[in-house]
Each structure stands twice: as structure tokens, then as C-alpha cells.
Ligand binder design. Structure first.
Ligand code: ARG
Length: 456
């Protein structure tokens, strides 16, 4: 049974009914569908298609339907395919005026409208979650401003860094995602309604009125593009995928740092789980799930590309398959941001181990070479001498700071007693001066700037 079934003698095969029904997932759009319908009804009254009392009956009916859905009393059924048909059918049960609501409208522009309204709301909420995580990261950086740790390349101890600079590194990657969210919001901020099935309508729809009513920045330009276009979904899902990618890299670091091998941090109990067999285990499940779920969000991006590629102009039912990846990507990114915020707030630094790892390494070889460079030796030569010093230390099982000055002087007469102060990890963090470098001063400046940016 369909409200517009005049064309058909036979009903739909029950298998197709189940196969094509989207109501199980697109019911999430009920609020936005109702919002759009109310605006459309208002416009139909304005252009004389609905009387004031018809419009009022429609608004009243839609409000009741919203309450029915929210209270759980609304009857959903696969026969009615999608959220649009459910709401329209129920409205017509309530008022005959409901039969006029779909004037000048198609589900093709209606679904685009619902999704654009939904995406705009979700991106706003996502940005709030992201901002909360950014705030937690800045708070952590500030609380642990004096802690130093090794920075890694190739997962090898490379150069000493302040922990605050390290966490602000991940912060900046995530901060860039705010501009991707904003870009996606701008793409979504276009009113599609009035494009009809693909060609607009002979009914003199007032699109500008609807645009204002629903708070869109612009009205879409081309009716055919409008019903075929899912760029705004792609942009939103891509923004979510970038957030997930950044979270996943951060999660991976924290998972490593929480191992006994690193022992740099301890994760809050509430974000870890035990093992059913091994009593001593404390597993970083929350972070592992962020990493794992990232894979599926990347799948959402690729799945959407595959749906769109080669799709003939304009609307095709394939487009119904856009909703699940969109819901999944946005929900997963939102949940993952919230989990990561709990994690950052709740993690404890094992400062002693972090600093020991920074002290007990050959990382100061860099400063050793820079010491000679400042004294006039070409860097390539200084690099070579520092390398020899490291090899000699390794052979005698000592660190660079334990190398006798006499042996250093054998390598270069430029070495003086002050070299030992110069290569201390903490000294490097004081002496590094250039903008954005890993130093306590730069970290302090960055924290102040980001606190201002976040209004903290
Ligand atoms: N449920 C459909 C979708 O999500 C709504 C549009 C249906 N349009 C159509 N011509 N069958 O794409």
C-alpha cells in the first residue's frame, strides 16, 4: 500500500519492501523532516495554496506527530518505506489538509533538506565536542608544563621535548579539524527545497521565504544538481574521518605510553578493562576502539565515493545508501571525541619514567653537535664527531654526559667543560628559541595563546 499507488495494479513484493525500507535508520531525521514540513506549509499558505486554518491544522498535526515519535507511541512500519512517508501518512490520518502538504515538493528535495538540516546541527555538536577535547589538552599541557620526555621519529628516541609541546602537537592537528567542520557546514548551508523531483515546479514556490524561515545562507542554484548532490555529506563525513585519523594516531601513542615497556602514563580505570583470564591486565580498550572504529569511518568515506561515482544524473535510489555512513561517521567521531576527552582528563603522567627515558639516551648527541657548530665548526663535521662520541660511549657502556672531557677534546679541541651543561636535556629545552620549537618558553607561549583562543 502506498499513498500514491494509483499507477500500480499489484502491491510491492514483501521482499522489496524490506529491502528498500530505510525507516529503521532514517527515522533519526524525524525532527528535521518535521521542521522542513512546517516551513514548507508556511510558504504554501503565503502563496495561497493553503488557507490559514489548513496550515494551522498541518502545524498542529506535525507537532503531535513529533510528540508521538518522542514518546514512543508512533507506529513505524516497513510498508511506509521512509520517514517522509510515515509522517505524511500519519498527518493525513489527522487532517485532510495534510493531502496538500506535498505540493511542489518531492522526496528528492525533501531528503536533501532533512539531511542538510541534520548535518548542520550535528556539525555544531561535533565542534563543541572537539572544542571540549582541545580545552582538556591545553589544561593537561599547562598542568604538566615542566615535564620532559623523549620525542620520537621512527619510534626511536630522537630529541627531548616538553610533554606540553608533545600534547599540543596532537592539539594542533585536531584544531585544524575545526576549519574542516566549518567548511562542511558552509557546504551544507544551502536550501534545496523548491528543486522538486529534479526540475522545480510550475507552482510559484517562494524559496527565499523558506530559506529565511529555516536559516539557510543560500538557495541552491540548479534543481538538477540539487537533487543529485551529496557533496555536503561527503564533506561532513570527510571531516569526521580526519578527526578519527587524528584521534587514532593520538590513541596509538597513548596505548604505547601505557605499556610496561614505556610506562609513561597510567590510564584511568574507568577507561580500561580487565582480562577474563589474566588477573593483572589493564587493557586500554577505549583507545583501541577509537583506533579500530577509525577504520570503519574511513570505510564510510570510501563507501560514499563508490555510491556517487558513476551515478547518472540526477536522483537515483542508490542515494538512500548515503544515510548509514553519514550517521555512523558523525556519531562515531562525536563519541570518540568524548572518550578521548575523558582519557586526557583522567590520565596520569609517570613523570619519573618519562624524564628518565629522556635522560638515559643518546638524544643529547644533537646538542653536542650544535655546541660545536655554535663554536664555528661546519655542522656536517660536528655531526660526524658527535656520531663518533656516541659510538665510543656505546662501546664503553656510558652516556655522553659521562664521557671524560679529555676524550671529548681528543675528538675536537673546541670542547670545554661547559659542554656538559649544554647537553643536559633540560638545558636544551631552555635554549631552543625559534618559534614553534620544543622548548619550555614556546610551550608556555602556546598555552597562553590557545587558552585565549578557547576562552579558558
Ligand atoms: N528515502 C529516500 C532516500 O533516502 C527518499 C527519496 C526517495 N525518492 C525516490 N524517488 N524514491 O533517498
Amino acid at each position: 500500500m502506498k499513498p500514491w499507488g494509483g499507477r500500480f495494479k499489484d502491491g510491492t513484493d514483501p521482499l522489496l519492501e524490506r529491502f528498500s525500507a530505510s525507516i529503521d535508520f532514517d527515522r533519526k531525521l524525524y525532527h528535521h523532516d518535521i521542521r522542513g514540513s512546517k516551513a514548507h506549509a508556511g510558504m504554501l499558505e503565503k502563496i495561497g495554496i493553503l488557507t490559514a486554518s489548513e496550515k494551522n491544522a498541518i502545524i498542529k498535526g506535525l507537532d503531535e506527530i513529533e510528540k508521538e515519535i518522542e514518546s514512543g507511541s508512533f507506529q513505524f512500519s516497513a510498508v511506509l518505506e521512509d520517514i517522509h512517508m510515515h509522517i505524511e501518512t500519519r498527518l493525513i490520518e489527522k487532517t485532510q489538509a495534510g493531502k496538500k502538504l506535498h505540493t511542489g515538493r518531492s522526496r528528492n528535495d525533501q531528503i536533501s533538506l532533512d539531511m542538510r538540516l541534520f548535518v548542520k546541527d550535528e556539525l555544531k555538536a561535533l565542534d563543541e565536542k572537539l572544542t571540549a577535547l582541545l580545552a582538556a589538552m591545553v589544561r593537561k599541557a599547562e598542568a604538566e608544563i615542566a615535564v620532559m620526555m623523549p620525542g620520537y621519529t621512527h619510534l626511536q628516541r630522537a630529541q627531548v621535548v616538553p610533554f606540553s609541546h608533545y600534547i599540543l602537537g596532537h592539539y594542533h592537528a585536531l584544531k585544524r579539524d575545526r576549519s574542516r567542520i566549518e567548511a562542511a557546514r558552509i557546504t551544507a548551508d544551502v536550501l534545496p527545497l523548491g528543486s522538486g523531483a529534479l526540475a522545480g515546479s510550475t507552482i510559484p514556490l517562494d524559496r527565499e521565504w523558506v530559506r529565511k524561515k529555516l536559516g539557510f545562507a543560500r538557495v541552491s542554484e540548479n534543481s538538477m544538481d540539487t537533487v543529485a548532490d551529496r557533496d555536503f555529506v561527503m564533506d561532513a563525513v570527510f571531516a569526521a574521518a580526519m578527526i578519527m585519523t587524528h584521534l587514532s594516531r593520538f590513541a596509538e601513542d597513548l596505548i604505547l605510553f601505557a605499556t610496561q615497556e614505556y610506562a609513561f602514563i597510567s590510564l584511568p580505570d574507568k577507561l580500561t578493562t580487565g582480562s577474563s583470564l589474566m588477573p593483572h591486565k589493564k587493557n586500554p580498550d577505549a583507545l583501541e576502539l577509537i583506533r579500530g572504529k577509525t577504520g570503519r569511518v574511513l570505510g564510510d568515506v570510501f563507501g560514499l565515493f563508490a555510491i556517487l561515482k558513476g551515478l547518472p544524473f540526477t536522483y537515483n535510489r542508490d542515494l538512500q545508501e548515503d544515510k548509514e555512513p553519514m550517521f555512523h561517521a558523525l556519531e562515531t567521531a562525536s563519541d570518540s571525541l568524548a572518550i578521548m576527552t575523558l582519557c586526557v582528563d583522567g590520565l596520569t603522567l609517570l613523570r619519573h619514567n618519562m624524564e628518565k627515558a629522556a635522560e638515559e639516551s643518546f638524544m643529547p648527541a644533537v646538542e653536542l653537535a650544535e655546541y660545536l657548530t655554535i663554536k664555528g665548526m661546519p655542522f656536517r663535521e660536528a655531526h660526524g664527531i658527535a656520531g663518533i662520541a656516541v659510538r665510543q660511549c656505546e662501546e664503553s657502556g656510558i652516556l655522553l654526559n659521562k664521557m671524560p672531557l679529555a676524550r671529548l677534546k681528543d675528538l675536537s679541541p673546541l670542547f670545554e667543560k661547559d659542554v656538559f651543561e649544554y647537553i643536559k636535556p633540560r638545558n636544551a629545552l631552555r635554549v631552543r628559541k625559534s618559534k614553534g620549537s620544543a622548548s619550555f618558553d614556546e610551550a608556555k607561549k602556546a598555552i597562553d595563546a590557545e587558552k585565549k583562543y578557547l576562552h579558558l
